[in-house]
Design a protein around this ligand. Structure first.
Ligand code: ADP
Length: 492
């Protein structure tokens, strides 16, 4: 057996990467699928199209290098989290379009729960803040949208799943209905302490428990592919939410280890070991993964606008032609000349949680030029990440020593250097930036002994670049104070 197949089912595309024994990608295929916006703030996917594109890219990646099913030791799955599918057990047809994590249609339902004083109750049980982002209110919405749907659910004719559950069910020819601990922990229906679906929450939202999948380890054989799909029976060896898979792909196996993924937004996760830590700073408590029946927890903080501020410079302000040229432009000036950008385009996420904050540029003088603004945009990504990291240190009561980075914008050396400087911590960037798919592959490979253990994985995972802080305390403090002032103005 030569390869592990990672299925990376993202929000805008389905991808497949085949990894060899060194953890090196040897074949990749990717296909975008349709985004539906039926109303402002609503986002849907066609679950059949998700499945069709995902199995399509799996076949394509195999074909590209002439791989047979017998060359593939296991399949690992990682997925867009929280997105909700409900389908008919007998026909395999979804009863409605999937409601995507971004969809805000259940905002009123969530506001109602908050008004009833349930914030602490939900946080105690699930580690999450009440928000339309998570699956629970989406499930309730679909079930209550049609009495016929609810009746069928009660009769046990329907199944619920987040995207990995949907894919596993289809891969196994409808034989296996499971989710993993990491994905379950994003549904807002899963008790992260007892590691069971929470009956009180199910009752609260009127969700019949018979539609729920069995919760299993993130790494472990869950079933086998139907031979009609890929030409043979391949074990399905892992499933994990995208951010948790990236944490694993970065080999953050130790308590206190942190990764930051710089994509459209920035997602920071800290491994907190065998104990869930309740956040006092607006972070979420979540399950990182379950392996051999043992669960590892994480603290999570999201920055809503990270790489997206660079897209904004490019597409709206037309200040740059490509995202990558921002590195050279930022380095052409000594500093931002006092300019700060707070890109609160959709409010501010952790640790502020200010949905009504809006973007702001401060400190403009006659001498402020294009390069200063470009630099301020990149610095804003680093400041926001540093804010989340500080909150993590406070909640976890430990000092973060270094941060592992990945995602599209982590290619920017200026950003990585400034991140190290402003946090006064080292920043490590791995050779393989496909950490999400790699994490799924690692977990699947462990399940079938393709790799011997996490020590072996840590050896495969090479750091390609290390950025050490070199900024004086005086400059750092001055800059951080300036940032804090700018944030205050954005929040007013
Ligand atoms: P996602 O998975 O969220 O689509 P990616 O990990 O593909 O995101 O990263 C794309 C984001 O990173 C875009 O917002 C883009 O503006 C930004 N980006 C890509 N390359 C660079 C770069 N060299 N410097 C700064 N930002 C970049």
């Amino acid at each position: 057996m030569k390869y592990i197949m990672a299925l990376d089912q993202g929000t805008t595309s389905s991808r497949c990467i085949l990894f060899d024994r060194n953890g090196t990608p040897v074949s990749t295929a990717q296909k975008e699928f349709t985004q539906y916006y039926p109303q402002p703030g609503w986002v849907e996917h066609d679950a059949m199209e998700i499945w069709a594109t995902q199995i399509g890219v799996a076949k394509e990646a195999m074909l590209k290098i002439g791989a047979e099913s017998s060359d593939i030791a296991a399949i690992g799955i990682t997925n867009q989290r929280e997105t909700t599918v409900i389908w008919d057990k007998a026909t395999g047809k979804p009863v409605a379009n999937a409601i995507v994590w971004q969809c805000r249609r259940t905002a009123d339902m969530c506001a109602g729960l908050v008004k009833r004083g349930l914030t602490d109750f939900i946080r105690e049980r699930t580690g999450l803040l009440i928000d339309p982002y998570f699956s629970a209110t989406k499930v309730s919405y679909i079930l209550h949208s049609d009495t016929e749907i609810m009746e069928r659910a009660k009769r046990g004719e329907l199944l619920f799943g987040t995207v990995e559950t949907w894919l596993i069910w289809n891969l196994t020819g409808g034989k296996v209905h499971v989710t993993d601990y990491s994905n379950a922990s994003r549904t807002m229906m899963f008790n992260i302490h007892t590691l069971k679906w929470d009956n009180d929450i199910l009752e609260l939202l009127d969700i019949p428990p018979q539609i729920l999948p069995e919760v299993v380890n993130s790494s472990g054989v869950m079933g086998y592919t139907d031979p009609s799909l890929l030409g043979g029976e391949i074990p399905v060896g892992s499933a994990a939410g995208d951010q948790q898979a990236a944490l694993f792909g970065q080999c953050c196996f130790e308590k206190g280890c942190v990764k930051n993924t710089y994509g459209t937004g920035a997602f920071l996760l800290m491994n907190t070991g065998s104990k869930p830590i309740r956040s006092e700073s607006g972070l979420l408590t979540t399950v990182a993964w379950g392996i051999d029946g043992k669960v590892t927890y994480a603290l999570e903080g999201s920055v809503f606008v990270a790489g997206a501020v660079i897209q904004w410079l490019r597409d709206e302000l037309c200040l740059v032609r490509t995202a990558s040229e921002t590195e050279e432009i930022a380095e052409s000036v000594e500093d931002t000349n006092g300019v700060y950008i707070v890109p609160a385009f959709v409010g501010l996420g952790a640790p502020y949680w200010k949905p009504d904050a809006r973007g702001i540029i401060t400190g403009l003088t006659r001498g402020a030029n294009r390069a200063h603004i470009v630099r301020a945009a990149l610095e804003a990504i680093a400041y926001q990440s540093a804010d989340v990291m500080k909150a993590m240190e406070k909640d976890a009561g430990c000092e973060i020593r270094f941060v592992k980075t990945d995602g599209g914008a982590s290619a920017n050396n200026f950003l990585m250097r400034f991140q190290a400087d402003i946090m006064n911590k080292s920043v490590h960037r791995p050779a393989c930036l496909e950490t999400t798919a790699l994490g799924a592959a690692y977990m699947a490979g462990l399940a079938v002994n393709f790799w011997g253990g996490t020590d072996e994985l840590a050896k495969l995972n090479k750091v390609a670049a290390e950025f050490e802080p070199s900024m004086s305390d005086e400059v750092r403090n001055r800059l951080l104070n300036g940032w804090a002032e700018a944030v205050k103005r954005a929040v007013v």
